[in-house]
Design a binder for this molecule. Structure first.
Ligand SMILES: Cc1cc2nc3c(=O)[nH]c(=O)nc-3n(C[C@H](O)[C@H](O)[C@H](O)COP(=O)(O)OP(=O)(O)OC[C@H]3O[C@@H](n4cnc5c(N)ncnc54)[C@H](O)[C@@H]3O)c2cc1C
Length: 464
């Protein structure tokens, strides 16, 4: 069967939520209400913030306002790689915050430990598999990069094992693999749908009030309160945390720092025993390849392969919406790459295809901001690594709202904003040009072009 047919037969729906078991849609906000804390956005950041705030101060009136339904954004559409890194990987962190990287790494591991302790406490079964993550070199120039990365990881106390070509293919069987790095402690594979749904229930058990289909259109400041408006209601609040990630609303200044990058994902039909045997992959690790434009892939509980990444797209004016998610050419491109990687699976069908907006910053890591004397804070832009980091980001957001100095709020990563993106039409032109330059670099043995070298010097990049 050809690629067009295989992709065409996949259901345009997010696998992780295309099943029973989700919470009921919460009521729309109608009329007026009062809250100690309003959270805008019901993804991982919003829910981790609600949970941590409710645990810290039982009885606090917390209201979460969501434009659609819980987890509608990136939080249910991702690959489920729940990693310790708060900085989109060690090397990105090192390049931006060399003096803080050891602290950030420690905080990242603590965050991951506390995250799973919380899931145990509330009985949330996110189908966690502590497999770690393997990065494969798929072009000769990536082998030395991978070896260098392995040595650097060890220097910074991270787990890393390097595998030459033959040993790499014993881990997972692909003719494209030339070497591998396995970070055994860096990542846990989770089911993001179950995680979102479990967090929602845990928050509700602590008295947090959710309103779905309640898009916040404006936040107005009075001398003592903040008025949070939707089209049908108003919540007067002491404090507001904006956790809308790629949407970068309703606080307009977020748009200077956060852009939506659409990433496409395919899910295969379940592999049978012979197909599983043909790929090896006994360790069930999360996998990526080592180019700047990279794929990520992992197994599900029922032995499907989730395959995503590579073709990350920005649309003019921070463009978002369903029309950008239905790009057949992106799904077909990554489907071709899937069969290049696993030719032994030829003919395997895809059950689902979807896309989601990744909130990205020029430093590939979360950005933070405050307004109205710290009564409003925002957290957004984990780039492609927010499943674990969003719990930490939410904690930082709450610290900022409390106006307290903590080890977290003292970090340069928190205090200094990333370089803003230029306004349109320059924004689109710069991003598309950078994207082309990255593709050129990947096809030229990873040699950065002059433009990419200049961006690097300015502390700016472009990634998913
Ligand atoms: C395809 C894809 C794959 C990814 N893979 C991984 C991965 O494997 N590992 C990893 O660590 N990270 C991954 N990520 C990133 C990760 O999913 C995100 O960083 C994380 O989910 C961000 O959570 P969030 O709550 O900040 O944002 P979101 O989950 O996007 O939530 C924002 C919410 O705000 C709501 N909202 C927007 N505007 C308003 C408004 N005005 N009023 C009320 N509500 C509003 C939205 O509807 C949405 O529900 C991936 C992302 C995508 C898209």
């Amino acid at each position: 069967m050809n690629i067009e047919t295989l992709v065409g037969e996949a259901r345009p729906a997010v696998f992780w939520t295309d099943r029973d078991g989700g919470p009921q849609t919460a009521s729309t906000l109608v009329g007026t209400a009062y809250a100690d804390l309003v959270i805008v956005g019901s993804g991982f950041t919003g829910m981790w913030a609600a949970l941590q705030a409710a645990e810290a101060e039982p009885g606090r009136r917390i209201v979460v306002l969501e434009a659609e339904v819980a987890g509608f954004g990136a939080s249910t559409r991702n690959g489920g790689f729940c990693e310790a890194s708060l900085t989109h990987g060690l090397f990105n962190g090192l390049s931006h915050w060399p003096n803080e990287i050891r602290t950030l790494n420690r905080m990242g591991h603590e965050n991951l430990t506390e995250l799973f302790a919380t899931l145990d406490r509330y009985g949330i079964d996110a189908h966690a598999e502590r497999t770690g993550q393997i990065t494969f070199a798929v072009a000769p120039w990536q082998v030395d990069d991978l070896r260098e990365g392995h040595e650097m990881s060890l220097e910074y106390g991270e787990s890393s094992e390097f595998f030459e070509e033959e040993a790499a293919r014993e881990l997972v069987n692909s003719p494209t693999y030339l070497a591998a790095n396995w970070d055994r402690d860096g990542g846990v594979m989770v089911d993001p749908g179950q995680l979102v749904w479990g967090l929602r229930r845990a928050c509700e058990s602590l008295g947090v009030v959710f309103h779905d289909n309640s898009r916040v259109i404006e936040i107005e400041s009075t001398p003592t309160t903040l008025d949070v408006r939707t089209s049908a209601g108003l919540v007067t609040a002491d404090r507001v945390l904006v956790a809308t990630n790629a949407w970068a609303e309703p606080e307009k200044s977020i748009r200077n720092f956060v852009i939506p990058i659409y990433d496409h994902v395919l899910m295969t039909e379940p592999l049978d025993a012979a197909q599983m045997a043909s790929v090896g992959w006994q360790g069930r690790q999360g996998l990526t390849d080592a180019g700047t434009q990279f794929h990520y892939y992992r197994l599900t509980a029922d032995d499907r392969i989730l395959w995503g990444g590579y073709d990350a797209n920005y649309y003019k004016g921070n463009g978002m919406g369903p029309s950008y998610e239905a790009r057949t050419d992106s799904h077909e491109l990554i489907a071709r790459h899937f069969f290049d990687t696993f030719p032994q699976l030829e003919g395997l069908g895809f059950s689902h295809r979807w896309a989601g907006p990744i909130g990205s910053t020029s430093k590939f890591s979360a950005a933070f901001g405050t307004k109205h004397d710290n009564r409003l804070a925002w957290v957004a832009g984990y780039t492609g690594l927010g499943v674990g980091a969003s719990r930490w980001g939410a904690r930082v957001g709450l610290d900022l709202l409390d106006g307290i100095d903590t080890e977290r709020t003292q970090l340069q990563m928190v205090r200094r904003k990333p370089m803003p993106f230029p306004p349109e039409p320059l924004r689109n032109a710069v991003i598309q040009f950078t994207r082309d330059q990255i593709a050129k670099s990947d096809h030229n043995e990873g040699q950065p072009t002059m433009w990419l070298r200049m961006l690097h010097k300015m502390g700016v990049g472009f990634d998913s």
